[in-house]
Design a protein around this ligand. Structure first.
Ligand SMILES: Cc1cc2nc3c(=O)[nH]c(=O)nc-3n(C[C@H](O)[C@H](O)[C@H](O)COP(=O)(O)OP(=O)(O)OC[C@H]3O[C@@H](n4cnc5c(N)ncnc54)[C@H](O)[C@@H]3O)c2cc1C
Length: 317
């Protein structure tokens, strides 16, 4: 049976994995995280539940639209709203009823996924790929890399795999914005206006949402994302100092009292520049495909479409 190893079990890797497994391939997904999902992340702190990576998704492409239709029918997702403050452009914003991570959790069902497996290097081996990491070596006929591009390039470089310089320059030009995410438990309901999320026009906060109003948390739970500029400037600031700076801006939005603040640092939050192709295939010595949101577009839909394109490229033989 033909085999494919997919590094990364975010939405791009999971959809590529499902497509290849459906075509009869032996597929193994490897992810350094302890559960699938990558940036589609949900975290519980006490009674509070937070989406702390992707907050919602939009649908523009019919291929993604039909997937989302099936998720809607099964009750996995529903439309949250049609935009936030001045941004109400009429496009549906979808949420996952049990938090964003429930989507990758559902997609992972039936797939072989080795969680906690950090891929360190890949090397050509007898016309196939050898994949090294976490004290093990796997072999496969084809390989898909879906981590953020700098992380994929580190894996390629560690095995001294040569990428034609024309392609390499394009990959190296893909940079990502950082994002500091605050998960703030509140003592009282936030009373944010519907739909429970705000994009402030100025200041250090780019996004503020109440996961209780969004419908995924039984207690008031704010997710705050700081702007790319603030995140870059304050990346190494200790958590307590960050909390002091950000929480003092909270009275502009809510009178509720914070009961706790936990930080998550997204080093690769969203790509600032996207590769013109949905996935990039290199054939030496066997198919090696770069995929993820840096190829399909800097959001959930783009990553999903990139994963599907990567699977098609592998199936082309
Ligand atoms: C703060 C934030 C807010 C966002 N908001 C939105 C939003 O509202 N709407 C929207 O549509 N999109 C949003 N996005 C973007 C969206 O989350 C991503 O575009 C999408 O989830 C990317 O999916 P992916 O599969 O390409 O990558 P990822 O989800 O990053 O998956 C890559 C996987 O590779 C794994 N990995 C990395 N290196 C290795 C290694 N060496 N070995 C093994 N595994 C490895 C990682 O653990 C990860 O699970 C947001 C992202 C962030 C961070």
């Amino acid at each position: 049976m033909t085999s494919c190893v997919i590094t990364g079990a975010g939405i791009a890797g999971l959809l590529a994995g499902r497509a290849l497994a459906g075509a009869g391939w032996r597929v193994t997904l490897l992810d350094k995280g302890f559960r699938p999902g990558g940036r589609m992340a949900t975290r519980r702190i006490g009674a509070a539940v937070f989406d702390h990576g992707a907050q919602f998704f939009t649908v523009r492409d019919p291929a993604f639209g039909s997937l989302v239709q099936s998720w809607t029918t099964s009750g996995l997702v529903d439309e949250w709203c049609r935009g936030f403050n001045a941004d109400a452009d009429g496009h549906g914003r979808y949420r996952a009823a049990a938090g964003m991570n429930s989507i990758p959790a559902a997609l992972a069902e039936g797939l072989t996924i080795l969680s906690g497996f950090r891929v360190d290097a890949i090397r050509p081996l007898n016309g196939r790929w050898a994949i090294h990491g976490s004290g093990q070596t796997l072999e496969a006929n084809a390989l898909i890399l879906t981590p953020p591009v700098p992380q994929s390039l580190a894996i390629v470089d560690a095995g001294q795999v040569r990428i034609p310089s024309r392609l390499r320059d394009k990959l190296e030009s893909i940079q990502y914005a950082r994002c500091l995410a605050a998960l703030v438990e509140l003592r009282e309901p936030s009373e944010l206006p519907a739909p429970g999320a705000i994009r402030p026009a100025q200041g250090p906060i780019a996004w503020l949402a109440d996961n209780q109003i969004k419908g995924i948390s039984s207690s008031p739970a704010l997710t705050i994302h700081t702007t790319p500029e603030f995140s870059e400037a304050y990346w190494d600031t200790p958590d307590a100092e960050l909390a002091r700076i950000i929480l003092r801006t909270l009275p502009q939005f809510t009178e509720a009292t914070p009961a706790g603040c936990t930080w998550h640092r997204w080093r690769y939050s969203q790509p600032a520049l996207v590769h013109p192709q949905r996935a990039l295939r290199i054939d030496d010595p066997a198919p090696l495909v770069f995929a993820g949101d840096a190829f399909g577009g800097p959001r959930v839909e783009g990553a999903a479409l990139s994963g599907l394109a990567a699977a098609r490229m592998v199936l082309e033989g």
